[in-house]
Write a protein that binds this ligand. Structure first.
Ligand code: UT7
Length: 321
């Protein structure tokens, strides 16, 4: 039986941290106290104006490929999860492929599941690998989320940041990804969306993130522990065998609540929201790479990734490292 294993991780955050007080200095009507208390966020990173998601993805991808000990040309599938693609087309994945200098003609495409995008991309890559059609996939979450923030809307602009995270997923005879669950319910779409588009060369509608924060909060808390229990059941492993939970990093209160409902102590939860903010599709692979590189997540350990966001779309993965 062919399994899919994560054999390398990498990430990238642009520029210097921007603190909550920096946002106040930039003229946003907020305070460090409000942002910290409501979300747990203390700082985030923003890309320079004009910087594209594929540029952040390229640095994260190079680090993941180096960690995997392979060459860029050994990659035969590239999937990028992003809500802030460089262009309407081509896909950010093909631009990344060109940036990496990969000329082997491998498949490259984007997936769009907002903050759950990385989990969707990982599930897609895992199925390609388990089918035997592909050997080594580069799976990335990359966002220049600042490009769709309305700086006059303090209820959203203080919450998000930019960055990219990547993994290399490889065919193996040993189990790696043991179970994945993906869900969506489009009837919730007006609670978190960018209700704009391009038509006739003009932006029509509203090109910025709009969110009903409280409704999203309640939904996230409800589905996150359900989907973790689902992957634990699908994998047929005891829940107390989970070494690490790597949740989407939107709000420390959502993360704490989800861990509590699962009966997981916070010592087993990787949190980066305080210094990354919410980087949407990049948040889970960024947090994963942090915990791999600082030695918390080690070979042989069992990790659950979980995400929820616009759509709504949500999902989880149970993975043996
Ligand atoms: O990644 C996708 C998923 N996204 C999320 O998971 C986000 C989920 N939601 C949340 O994290 C929280 O709902 C928020 C952090 C967005 C908001 O926290 P809250 O405790 O639900 O606050 P609230 O929306 O009830 O806002 C309360 C007050 C309002 O003032 P009044 O009307 O009560 O006087 C807002 O105007 O806070 C005010 N407010 C702010 N004040 C200072 C809103 N934004 C700010 C701000 N600074 N940045």
């Amino acid at each position: 039986m062919i399994h899919a294993r994560i054999v390398g991780t990498g990430s990238h955050l642009p520029g210097e941290p921007v603190t909550n007080d920096d946002l106040v200095r930039r003229g946003i009507d907020t305070s460090d106290e409000w942002i910290t208390t409501r979300s747990g966020i203390r700082s985030r990173h923003f890309a320079e104006p004009g910087c594209k998601s594929s540029e952040l993805a390229l640095i994260a991808a190079r680090r993941a490929i180096e960690a995997a000990g392979c060459a860029a040309d050994d990659i035969d599938l590239i999937i990028v999860a992003t809500s802030t693609p460089d262009f309407i087309f081509p896909s950010t994945a093909t631009l990344l492929q060109a940036g990496l200098g990969i000329r082997n003609g491998c498949a490259a495409f984007d997936v769009q599941a907002v903050c759950c995008g990385f989990v969707y991309a990982l599930a897609t890559a895992e199925k390609f690998i388990r089918s035997g059609s592909h050997q080594r996939a580069l799976v990335i979450g990359a966002e220049v989320f600042s490009s769709i923030l309305d700086w006059a809307d303090r209820s959203t602009c203080v919450l998000f940041g930019d960055g990219a995270g990547a993994v290399v997923l490889e065919a193996s005879s040993e189990p790696g990804v043991r179970a994945m669950a993906l869900h969506a319910d489009g009837s919730y779409h007006p609670l978190l969306w960018v209700p704009g588009n391009v038509a006739g060369g003009q932006v029509t509608g509203d090109p910025f993130v709009r969110m009903d924060g409280q409704a999203v909060f309640k939904f996230a808390v409800k589905v996150l522990d359900e989907v973790v229990r689902e992957v634990v059941d699908l994998a047929g492993v005891p829940q107390d065998s989970i070494d690490w939970l790597v949740p989407h990093q939107a709000n420390i209160r959502i993360i704490q609540s989800s861990a509590k409902r699962l009966g997981l102590p916070m010592e087993k939860v990787v949190t980066t929201v305080s210094f990354h903010g919410n980087t949407s599709a990049a948040s889970i692979p960024l947090a994963l790479d942090c915990a791999v590189r600082d030695g918390r997540i080690r070979p042989g350990q069992r990790v659950v990734l979980e995400g929820v966001g616009g759509g709504f779309a949500w999902g989880a993965a149970l993975i043996d490292f």
